[in-house]
Design a protein around this ligand. Structure first.
Ligand SMILES: NC(=O)c1ccc[n+]([C@@H]2O[C@H](COP(=O)([O-])OP(=O)(O)OC[C@H]3O[C@@H](n4cnc5c(N)ncnc54)[C@H](OP(=O)(O)O)[C@@H]3O)[C@@H](O)[C@H]2O)c1
Length: 269
């Protein structure tokens, strides 16, 4: 499938890199508001990236168009996309703020919400997928098989997008923050900072490999390491003392922020 990417910031840049490393032989067409970010991607991979200088050329060069813009910019670009996209093309938007139904009202093409994760840099992790109503079951199957080249696509209900994104897209940052705090605390106990960081990062990479191999799940790891009455269990008692309220508060905070972003972007248009 010929791929076009509109917006080569964090998500668009990652998707361009992931697809160029996926083994897909076709060059990726990219278009970004400011040329600098697009040029960086091109310089990294000149044989597999083609910079387009306007939206219409990008769209006419692509079968599947990834739209990777902030909510406000997505609203702004919709009228141009409505004019340039055809019924046969696919639009995959990485933004969660605009409901699929509203996107379909404005666009003639097949529409998908695709929430990637930074883990696609490693061609791994989850891509959350929500299909618009125009997709047939066969098209859905084909699309999922195609997306699997850069990570595992998982179909979810649009109503679950926030909580699922917290787990798959925000999750790497939540995990990274927790591990960094663990390393900083070890530094306070006298361990050199670089050593603490090295140990924690290598541990996390090892756990990732155990999970990726598929023979261990999180509960297996817990059961294997935390013996009743042992030192790990003593540490876990401290970690668990605050209960699970912190996660409910976390979900509430991301929900509130999402609503604010959606309202701001819509009111500005
Ligand atoms: N970051 C994440 O982890 C993550 C995860 C899942 C989903 N998302 C969603 O993905 C979307 C993009 O997020 P992001 O973090 O990638 O944002 P970002 O880093 O700000 O990238 C947005 C890019 O869009 C470009 N742009 C803006 N208007 C444009 C236009 N009209 N035509 C072409 N390019 C345009 C910007 O260009 P300039 O260089 O001119 O600024 C910028 O490079 C958001 O809706 C976000 O909610 C993000």
């Amino acid at each position: 499938m010929r791929i076009g990417i509109i917006g080569t910031g964090h998500m668009g840049g990652m998707l361009a890199r992931a697809w160029t490393h996926s083994g897909d032989p076709q060059p990726i067409h990219i278009y970004n508001r400011s040329l600098d970010k697009a040029r960086l991607l091109y310089e990294e991979n000149p044989h597999n990236i083609i910079i387009e200088h306007d939206l219409n050329t990008l769209v006419s060069s692509s079968e599947a168009v990834f739209l990777c813009l902030k909510a406000k910019d997505t609203w702004d670009i919709l009228p141009n996309l409505a004019r340039s996209m055809s019924q046969q093309q696919y639009l995959l938007t990485t933004g969660s703020a605009i409901p699929l139904e509203q996107l379909e009202e404005k666009l003639p093409c097949y529409v998908i919400k695709l929430i990637p994760s930074i883990t696609q840099y490693a061609l791994a992790g989850i891509q959350l997928v929500m299909f618009g109503s125009r997709f047939t079951p066969t098209q859905q199957t084909d699309m999922l098989a195609w997306l699997a080249a850069i990570g595992t696509p998982v179909v979810i209900h649009e109503k679950d997008i926030r909580i699922c994104s917290d787990l798959t897209s925000c999750g790497p940052a939540f995990l990274a923050d927790w591990l960094l705090r663990l390393a900083k605390a070890a530094k306070k106990e006298g361990l050199p900072a670089t050593m603490a960081l090295y140990l924690v990062q290598s541990m996390a990479a090892g756990v990732g490999q155990l999970l990726a191999q598929g023979t261990w799940n999180l509960e297996d790891i817990l059961a294997q390491v935390a013996m009743p009455g042992g030192v790990t269990s003593a540490g876990l008692t401290v970690l668990r003392a605050g209960g699970d309220d912190i996660f409910s508060s976390l979900f509430a905070a991301t929900r509130t922020r999402q609503v604010a972003i959606s309202q701001t972007s819509h009111n500005e248009t």
